[in-house]
Write a protein that binds this ligand. Structure first.
Ligand SMILES: Nc1ncnc2c1ncn2[C@@H]1O[C@H](COP(=O)(O)OP(=O)(O)OP(=O)(O)O)[C@@H](O)[C@H]1O
Ligand SMILES: [Mg+2]
Ligand SMILES: [Zn+2]
Length: 491
């Protein structure tokens, strides 16, 4: 990921600005206070979590005019030079491109001389695992008899490739990945500082994509801010990153839930037409069902960072499946996922998998299904012999509407299907969404036309207002698992 403006501008300059790595920060501060510093440190951990940042803060702590101190001033010439990477006493070396024995010999020669102006000479070697075996040997000699004015900081993303002889001569710190929630909070703060408008859902999608690396999250936010200066929405993130929209995973799971074979085939056809990466889709499906299971099993302790509105939706879908079925489905998908990367026929594989998962579903008693259509209902539009035609019709209506009238689809998202009787689909919205209900009514003709297209014959549509924002059962479950939920957060 290219260096972003945000990353440079907001690189933490003191220990107290360093997030996530509390254990590193506290140990390091204590060592500085007690003047018990090691000669060499090994910083291990994934990309973009603060290894270089910490090395520089340490260098400042040691060489600051007011130091050694746990709180470098950031204004003296030593501090400002380090911030600007201009200090002659802080030498940053890229281990990947300076990995020969000659490079290390040169370093040893250089290390003999006292610092030009600071107290210590600090060598920061990034990606130290890239050194050649003979370079490591040369380095080892220096570590065995280090000059008193020299400190080493080695950073690596692959600690297992660093020889044990080196590791044993270093104080080791393990930097950890940031959680999506930690990255989201950091990005929300950055956005506020910079006046970047970004929705919660968009922030969360960026944070998840960053996959533990704070720097990557910042880089994505930076890119999006340039791409969408007026405000960043979830769709913008999905578009820029080529993510499969979250919405689709809910729809896919609904189709599995419905045991809706024809619906699934149509869904997969459109998925491939839209050009989404099928590997990403597979891993997204695994993730979605894994999240459903986590919510079903763990509730508050599920460890998921979900937006409040997502929680309710997840709970509803998870409850509709039930724990046993989620486990069965996850087993099924992971078995297929292994093949997804190598098959020449990804579409066929996905179709087979989906139908298999769905066929397991349709043998379940209808009473176990949540959004079920009336079992005795006469006009089953898509395929007469399977249940849940209402769910199929409904998810298809949302998908198709979203393709050409995204605003209208947004209103549909506020509604829930109530019944499908005598070829009339009845949907309802909470009373507080009266305006949305009116919009839907205004567009009734077009919506009915889309329904007819899906069903292959005329289907009517009626829009109602209902007092209940969500089924009581769901609300109760939400409250039971998450404690009393603030109504405002849910909507
Ligand atoms: N722990 C953190 N707290 C706050 N910001 C962080 C943290 N980690 C990373 N960042 C942000 O990411 C940027 C890059 O971090 P840094 O270069 O220190 O990561 P790194 O661990 O050295 O990564 P790499 O292994 O790729 O070199 C920082 O400038 C900062 O904006
Ligand atoms: Mg680094
Ligand atoms: Zn200073």
């Amino acid at each position: 990921m290219a260096r972003s403006v945000l990353t440079l501008k907001y690189r933490p300059q003191r220990f107290d600005e360093l997030l996530v790595q509390d254990h590193v920060r506290d140990t390091m501060k204590r060592a500085i206070e007690k003047s018990r510093l090691a000669n060499a440190y090994l910083f291990c951990g994934p990309r973009g979590v603060g290894k270089t940042t910490t090395a520089r803060i340490l260098a400042k702590s040691l060489n600051c005019e007011k130091g050694p101190t746990t709180n470098p001033c950031n204004t003296c010439s030593f501090c400002t030079e380090i911030t600007a990477s201009r200090s002659l006493d802080v030498i940053e070396i890229d281990g990947a491109s300076n990995n020969s024995v000659e490079d290390v010999r040169e370093l040893r020669e250089n290390a003999k001389y006292t610092p030009s102006s600071g107290r210590f000479k600090i060598y920061i070697i990034d990606e130290v695992h890239m050194l050649s075996p003979s370079a490591f040997n040369a380095l080892l000699k220096t570590l065995e008899e280090p000059p008193a004015h020299v400190k080493f900081v080695f950073a690596t993303t692959e600690s297992h490739k660093v020889p044990a002889t080196i590791v044993s001569r270093c104080q080791r710190f393990d930097f950890r990945r940031a959680t999506p929630a930690e990255i989201r909070d950091r990005l929300a703060w950055l956005a506020k500082q910079e006046g970047i408008k970004v929705s919660d859902a968009a922030l969360m999608a960026i944070a998840r994509r960053a996959d533990g690396a704070i720097r990557d999250g910042e880089g994505i936010l930076d890119q999006l801010a340039a791409y969408r200066p007026d405000g960043i929405e979830l769709e913008d993130v999905e578009e820029l990153l080529g993510l499969v929209p979250t919405e689709l995973f809910f729809d896919y799971a609904d189709l599995i839930l419905a045991g809706d074979g024809p619906g699934l085939m149509g869904f997969i056809a459109r998925l491939f037409e839209s050009g989404y990466d099928h590997i990403e889709f597979y891993s997204g499906v695994v993730q979605h069902f894994r999240d459903l299971l986590a919510v079903e099993v763990g509730g508050r302790n599920s460890g998921l960072s979900l937006l409040p509105e997502e929680v309710e939706r997840m709970l509803r879908q998870a409850g509709a499946f039930g724990r046993g079925d989620l486990l069965r489905i996850l087993h099924g998908i992971t078995a297929y996922e292994a093949q997804a990367g190598s098959t020449q026929f990804p579409r066929v594989l996905l179709e087979v998998m989906s139908l298999e998962l769905a066929s397991g579903r349709s043998t379940l008693p209808k009473s176990a299904q949540v959004r079920d259509a009336q079992p005795d209902e006469s006009g089953a539009p898509v395929a007469g012999d399977h249940p849940m035609t209402m769910a199929t019709l409904w998810s298809e209506l949302r998908l198709r509407t979203n393709a050409h009238r995204p605003m209208l689809a947004g209103f549909l998202e506020l509604a829930a299907p109530q019944s499908l009787k005598d070829d009339v689909l009845s949907i309802s919205l909470p009373t507080k969404h009266k305006a949305a209900a009116e919009k839907l009514e205004e567009n009734q003709k077009q919506l009915a036309a889309t329904l007819a297209e899906i069903a292959g014959r005329p289907i009517g549509l009626t829009v109602h207002l209902s007092r209940k924002p969500a089924p009581d059962a769901t609300r109760e479950r939400v409250n039971r698992i998450f404690g009393e939920v603030d109504e405002r957060e849910l909507h």
